[in-house]
Design a protein around this ligand. Sequence first.
Ligand code: AGP
Length: 614
Amino acid sequence: MCGIIGYTGSREAQPLLLEGLHRLEYRGYDSSGLATLSDGDLHLRKRAGRIQDLARHLHQNAAPGTTGISHTRWATHGPANDRNAHPHVSGDNRIAVVHNGVIENYAPLKRQLAGEGVVFHSDTDTEVVAQLIARRLPAEDSSQAAFIDAVARTLALLKGTYGLAVLSRRHPGLLLGARLGSPLVLGIGEGENFLASDPSALVGKTERVVYLQDHQMCVLTANDWHLLDGDRARVEAAVHTIEWDASDTDKGAFDHYMLKEIYEQPEAIENALRGRLVDSDATSHFGGLNLDTQQLRRAERIILTACGTSYHAALVGEYLFEEFARIPVEVEYASEFRYRNPPIDRNTIVIAVTQSGETADTLAALRESKRKGHPTLALCNVVGSSIARETDGGVYLHAGPEVGVASTKAFTNQVAVLAMLALYFGRMRHLSSLQGAQIIRELRAIPDAVRRALSCHDAVRAIAERYCHVANFLYLGRQYNYPVALEGALKLKEISYIHAEGYPAAEMKHGPIALVDKNTPSVFLLPRGAIFDKVMSNLEEVKARGGPIIAIAHEGDEDVAARADEVICVPDVPEYLQPIVSVVPLQLLAYHIALLRGCDVDKPRNLAKSVTVE
Ligand code: AGP
């Protein structure tokens, strides 16, 4: 999704804006640009392509000034080219705007403006906003109030979502922001202030942040800031402190963020477990559920709603809650759930599972559940994100910033947290203290099991070299490993662009087995479990048709080694925790195949780290 950085202070804005854009690169984009104010002029610089392309342009054409806004664009309206890159300016070059979100009624607004003689220079919805503001800005009134009024009256016309930063040539040093549905955060500095779409852009600049709420505007100058509500009344806001530091969002010794985050998984899981396993009561504990015990005891059903990788983690959660808490669970794609109108009884808890806390569909599904009066929780990795702030309560993943677009450590932390939640609910119901104590022991052993799983790296790299040219993959698993099959397929698809499908292994017979041939490898999740023999039968069915077989199996499993073409060994862990361990080789397999195919592992084409638009 698009990234926004704004600055006003005493330092030259350009280098700060560029550095902030680099920190937002991981979100995915196809063009970038900035605008600065100096000597009463707006200096606009923008380029399709990578930020390096913009930097080269700026090297020849610097943008002077100590106030500026900048943007990385993930195209929603109009192709990725120079003219559609942000910022967009009004025809009289007085107003510059950068925007994250979708203005759903931009077309009629654009037609009306064109009918009034406005000439447009881009295909974007954002340019309409710049034109509307300019036409509401009095020619002679350069007061702050007039600028705020022009922006506020424009916002009242818009339908859809926006995170906006706005500059006016007539208002040097002044930066306005507005938020509806797309995140925006203030960074409070000393003699300078920032605006960003994502706190990670502020790392190294300030640790003090203020999160805008929907319908709020913010007014920033070098030494002052304040928020306005929808009625333009000043509102108080809490100042939060970002816990991250710059090293968290650097690659360190790794070539890519994705590889760094794969290797961070043991420590990330330790952080997720820390302080949440209570030996004395043989259960888990969470500080932020904010639901009373009776609400939790009365829960007769749980709905887990999520997107993408988080949806796959939620599918593991379904098995966990049903096994440990004996609570019926439904897992819903958030994009579907938000528009359905399922009969949900009062004692249903809706849990959003998300890394970013900003996924538009998941946020909307959550809001719909709250509108119907359901208790809501969220598993989320980003402190202060929209979803984290809007649910009744929740559990932070403590995975640390996940920069690679392909989610890895967030998935394994989500499964670990879901296991702890299932334990918590289970111990409120029928799980014995002995059972609880055993689960706690098994959870504590998982970080080391993941460390051991990472030792498969060289074997996986060799397999990647043998299979990086194929056009299709199948991923097959059952029970707890069925979601892992889906996740392994998604990892491969999203970073190597190879077509891959995940299936319940037994489902092969109902059609997909027609895909099997010598050029279509099947990845089988085969750790020992209750239905290991059944999955082995599925493997035989594929083998009998000449399909190459890559098996994820327990260390020393000779049966699998005798039947599969390739075997990747993982440590033996309880079945309900296998997803955390068996996903590791699949993450590495996708990573190495993508590298061998020359793909941009951390910023795969067409993808964004946080999908903040529908
Ligand atoms: C997974 O690798 C992708 N990055 C994507 O599917 C992601 O999981 C999905 O967009 C949900 O994001 P969230 O967890 O931040 O809500």
